[in-house]
Ligand binder design. Structure first.
Ligand code: HEM
Ligand SMILES: *[C@@H]1O[C@H](CO)[C@@H](O)[C@H](O)[C@H]1NC(C)=O
Ligand SMILES: *[C@@H]1O[C@H](CO)[C@@H](O)[C@H](O)[C@H]1NC(C)=O
Ligand SMILES: *[C@@H]1O[C@H](CO)[C@@H](O)[C@H](O)[C@H]1NC(C)=O
Ligand SMILES: *[C@@H]1O[C@H](CO)[C@@H](O)[C@H](O)[C@H]1NC(C)=O
Ligand SMILES: *[C@@H]1O[C@H](CO)[C@@H](O)[C@H](O)[C@H]1NC(C)=O
Length: 326
């Protein structure tokens, strides 16, 4: 803490007590300390998407991968250091998660307006909300006041994030261990209405689903043909990209659920939502009622954004999202 902040510390403490109560997040957390925050974040996300639409999807996923590993405390944003291995190199993230530069650029602008005030984890949470609403999806209010973690954990990133090859039961267990439930699995999987997947994340479905050389029977025949043409059965196609929503990949809508209803999910973990009566009933509901999906998505995103947050005096307000402060 510098001298300037120290001089005001009694007032600051009172403010913090009022604002965060018992370690709770607050919608008005930065209203007096950084009134331009939401505008700066939105403009940063907007200009990134204007240049490359896919970044909306990448930022949404970046937030998910932050929250599922030691909570939403910006650990995924930390570069590897002598003190710890970075989460960026964990298997689910390496050569896959993207959008770090967008958060860096927004953080730099936020630091200019309000130095050492706003956490990287709050910036990422707001950016994910804006990524969704700027691509046509719902808007929701984000409770703020997260603080940034002091370390990263590559092992936790490898164990806690769901894999596209896991069963619905195992994926649901990973969600419930974070305080989410089976409905959140369905709702948040709807994030796959935007963005792309590399061929290797679903290739067994195309060529050898059963070990006897047959494709996944729950994959639509014409989609199978077109996926096989982008992802031929050889290793050099592994990193080719396919839209997760083959109908409208850059629009945040409910067509992800319409796709599942007609066997057109891309990942095994997507289509498997139709294999259980309870989750399938929700999928069909969202395929019919886009605004029900939008409402529930905002609710589930707030829940996900609250996982394991640091508040009050815990953690710190990082100056640079890639490194912990001295
Ligand atoms: C339910 C378990 C989930 C699994 C198994 C899963 C798996 C994956 C995989 C394998 C990819 C493709 C990565 C690549 O090819 O590099 C992906 C992309 C993506 N995921 Fe998920 N995901 C899950 C849940 C979520 C959630 C909860 C969200 C956000 C709410 C989300 C948002 C995204 C987005 C937006 C992309 C596209 C990213 C881009 O184009 O850069 N996913 N996911
Ligand atoms: C715009 O996106 C392209 C990739 O699509 C990237 O190479 C370029 O650096 C981006 N420009 C800006 C200003 O972000
Ligand atoms: C990292 O995460 C793993 C798996 O959750 C855990 O066993 C380990 O204690 C964590 N390491 C640190 C330093 O917190
Ligand atoms: C499945 O639904 C999507 C979205 O409504 C549509 O674009 C696609 O053509 C449908 N596919 C089949 C095989 O009906
Ligand atoms: C799921 O629904 C099908 C028919 O709709 C029914 O035959 C089956 O018993 C149900 N399974 C469970 C576990 O409820
Ligand atoms: C489907 O949505 C309606 C509201 O439109 C709700 O009353 C019903 O419980 C939902 N069904 C499921 C299985 O979620």
């Amino acid at each position: 803490m510098d001298h300037h902040a120290a001089a005001f510390s009694p007032m600051l403490c009172l403010f913090l007590l009022l604002a965060v109560g018992h370690g709770q997040l607050d919608f008005k957390f930065y209203d007096t300390t950084c009134p331009l925050l939401t505008k700066i974040v939105r403009r940063g996300v907007w200009s990134a998407i204007a240049n490359e639409t896919r970044l909306a999807a990448s930022i949404l996923r970046l937030h998910f991968h932050d929250c599922f590993v030691d909570g939403c405390e910006g650990s995924i944003l930390l570069d590897e250091s002598t003190d710890f291995k970075g989460e960026k190199n964990a298997f689910p993230n390496r050569n896959s998660v993207r959008g770090y530069e967008v958060i860096d650029a927004i953080k730099a602008n936020v630091e200019k307006a309000c130095p050492s005030t706003v956490s990287c984890s709050d910036i990422l949470t707001l950016a994910a909300r804006d990524a969704v609403s700027l691509t046509g999806g719902p808007f929701w209010l984000v409770p703020l006041g997260r603080r940034d973690g002091l370390t990263a954990n590559e092992t936790a990133a490898n164990t806690d994030l769901p894999s596209p090859f896991e069963s619905l039961g195992d994926i649901t267990t990973k969600f419930t261990s974070k305080g989410l439930d089976s409905k959140d699995v369905v709702v948040l999987s709807g994030g796959h209405t935007i963005g792309f997947a590399q061929c290797f994340t679903f290739k067994p479905r195309l060529f050898n689903f059963d070990g006897a050389g047959n494709p996944d029977p729950s994959l639509d025949e014409s989609l199978l043909t077109s996926l096989r043409s982008v992802c031929p059965n050889q290793d050099d196609s592994n990193t080719n990209l396919v839209p997760l929503d083959s109908a409208t990949s850059s629009k945040f809508d409910n067509s992800y659920f319409k796709n599942l209803a007609n066997s057109s999910g891309i990942l095994q973990s997507d289509q498997t939502l139709m294999s259980d009566n309870k989750t399938a009933a929700l999928v069909l509901n969202y395929s019919k009622y886009p605004f029900l999906f939008y409402k529930d998505f905002g609710v589930s995103m707030v829940k996900m954004g609250n996982i394991g947050v640091l508040t009050g005096q815990d953690g710190e307000i990082r100056k640079n999202c890639r490194v912990v402060n001295n």
